[in-house]
Design a protein around this ligand. Structure first.
Ligand code: NAP
Length: 292
């Protein structure tokens, strides 16, 4: 089936991409030029984890289960539960091989001054108990972007942070930030993107692909609402997969995209990880693109 692809976005129906997939699911990874490494094709979100102390143990158990099953990228932020989410991530990753993990956290815009960024990163790293693989500016801030980027570059120089990126930015904003950088580059963009929320499909995502950047898709299952989607259910029946697994696989099909669903329940994590190790057909990818 010939599907028009004017954006030159590499998705499931690109032959080379399909051939690069290595089962079993634990091997389902993506390589990014700007990171110089591979990361898991699915990440774990943590927003709201740590807000209710009674749920701490189950949140940590859910994260551990996700890592065991191959979702070794974890996304958190200093703003989540005032840093408690980062502490829970720190607990969850204990005992795992650090080299296999990819820990992402974010600085809140009010801390985006030069000194603010340096201090915030140090606090985040202490809560996580480790260095930061990817440090993001959470939202555009009122500080000059070059001031924030200067601090980000300093963090890379000291080794506290391996890579830097931006969240909730459009292409113009990313380009402005890149123009400030001298010794490093933006390696990742994290924005909202799901099968039904596709604002970035025609610009930010093709840009990330072209530049070799990771694109992290947040709110990828629309807070769980996609579990009731009839089209995703019908397509999933062909593969023995649930609507959520189809939604996540649709996102994973797009070359630079890594979805980061949040799940504090083990059964949710196990279902989400079932999106790894297989791919939708080109026809099913296109039907979701055209119908939702
Ligand atoms: P989401 O991942 O689309 O949805 C999370 C919700 O879906 C939780 O209530 C979760 O329940 C539920 N869920 C998870 N797996 C499920 C399944 N298999 N079936 C049914 N329901 C399921 O939304 P999100 O938390 O907004 O986004 C994901 C992550 O992206 C966040 O946690 C955060 O790390 C990041 N994020 C970043 C930004 C940003 O500005 N950069 C903004 C928003 C989010 P349980 O927890 O009960 O399992």
């Amino acid at each position: 089936m010939l599907i028009p692809n004017p954006l030159r976005l590499r998705v499931c129906f690109s032959e080379t991409f399909i051939r690069s997939l290595q089962p079993p699911s634990i091997m389902d990874t993506k390589f990014f030029r700007k990171l110089g490494r591979s990361v898991s094709s699915l990440g774990l979100g943590t927003w709201r984890m740590g807000e209710d102390r009674f749920l701490d143990d189950s949140s940590v158990a859910a994260l551990k289960r996700g890592i065991e099953l191959g979702a070794t990228m974890i996304d958190t932020a200093e703003a989540y539960a005032n840093g408690r989410s980062e502490e829970l991530v720190g607990r969850a990753i204990k005992g795992f091989d650090r080299d296999g993990l990819f820990i992402v956290t974010k600085v809140w815009p009010t801390n985006a001054s030069y000194d603010g960024v340096l201090k915030a990163a140090k606090r985040s790293s202490e809560r996580l108990g480790t260095f930061i693989d990817l440090y993001l500016l959470h939202w555009p801030s009122s500080f000059p972007i070059c001031e924030t980027m200067r601090a980000m570059e300093e963090l890379v120089k000291t080794g506290l942070v391996r890579h830097i990126g931006l969240s909730n930015f459009n292409v113009k904003g990313v380009e402005e930030a890149r123009a400030c950088l001298k010794n490093t580059d933006i390696a990742a963009i994290q924005n909202r993107f799901s099968p039904t929320y596709r604002r970035d499909y025609t610009d930010v995502i093709p840009y990330a692909q072209r530049e070799g950047m990771l694109y992290m898709a947040y709110t990828p299952i629309e807070k769980g609402a996609l579990s009731g989607n009839r089209l995703l259910r019908r397509i999933g029946e062909k593969y023995g997969k649930t609507p959520i697994q189809v939604a996540l696989n649709w996102l994973i099909c797009i070359e630079p995209v890594v979805p980061i669903p949040k799940a504090s329940r083990i059964e949710h994590v196990e279902e989400n990880v079932g999106s790894l190790g297989w791919r939708l057909s080109s026809g099913d990818f296109a039907e979701i693109l055209g119908s939702l």
